[in-house]
Structures are given as structure tokens and as C-alpha cells.
Design a protein around this ligand. Structure first.
Ligand SMILES: [Zn+2]
Length: 128
């Protein structure tokens, strides 16, 4: 902290921080809205909206009934959900019954990004 700054300068810095926080929040909201729209499209069978593996965070252990790992879109907001990664990737079999989506609000699923997962992931080796 620079103690040479005037009160006015410190107030201006605080105000700039608030504006930056608002702008960052707005950008994140746009990203998560975009991700939600893509998820809706891909869940309804529109594979042109499919995600790359790099856009997904996979579960450490949790798998869909079809065998693919559960995953979520990294840009999904706090109201997101775990979905079958084969569906999100646009390469799911229509012959199999997939595990229904698991909203974050209702399910505790350990992600591959958790330190306690010790590197465990359901991500396919070829997708890493
Ligand atoms: Zn599945």
C-alpha cells in the first residue's frame, strides 16, 4: 500500500476496483449464458454445439451409465450441472440410457481438478 496517496486517490482506486468487479461479473455471466445455451442444444441432440474435451472438467470417478465420465462445461456458472461427457462431446450412443444430469446444487462430485483426487480422472487418455 502506498501511504503517499491522497484520500481522493485512494477513493478513486476503490471506485475503479468496483467497476472492474462489475465488468468481470458481466463477462462471466455472458460466458455462462453462452455455455448454458450450448449445453441445452447438445442435450437436445444438436451435435454442432458439442464441446471439445479442453472445454470440459471431468469427474475424478463418477461415470455415466454408458461408461463415459461425467463432466461439466468449464464456463458453466454456479447453477451448472454434471452431464454425460459423451453427450457434451457430441459422440454419445443413442442406444444407451445415459445418467440424468446432476445439478451442482444437489450432487457432490469430486472433479479431476480437486487436489484430493490425486490426479484421478474419467477423461479419456486420448482427450487429455
Ligand atoms: Zn452417457
Amino acid at each position: 500500500m502506498n501511504n503517499d496517496q491522497t484520500d481522493e486517490e485512494l477513493r478513486a482506486t476503490i471506485e475503479a476496483g468496483k467497476l472492474a468487479e462489475q465488468e468481470l461479473g458481466r463477462r462471466l455471466a455472458v460466458k455462462s449464458e453462452h455455455a448454458e445455451q450450448r449445453i441445452k442444444r447438445v442435450l437436445s441432440g444438436d451435435n454442432t454445439a458439442a464441446f471439445d474435451a479442453s472445454e470440459l472438467r471431468f469427474a475424478a470417478f463418477e461415470r455415466c451409465n454408458c461408461g463415459a465420465g461425467m463432466a461439466y462445461a468449464v464456463d458453466a456458472g454456479i447453477h451448472g450441472a454434471w452431464h454425460c461427457s459423451a453427450i457434451l462431446r457430441g459422440n454419445a450412443s443413442r442406444e444407451v440410457k445415459h445418467t440424468p444430469s446432476m445439478p451442482f446444487a444437489f450432487y457432490e462430485v469430486k472433479s479431476e481438478g480437486q487436489p484430493s483426487a490425486n490426479g484421478a480422472t474419467t477423461r479419456e487418455a486420448v482427450e487429455q
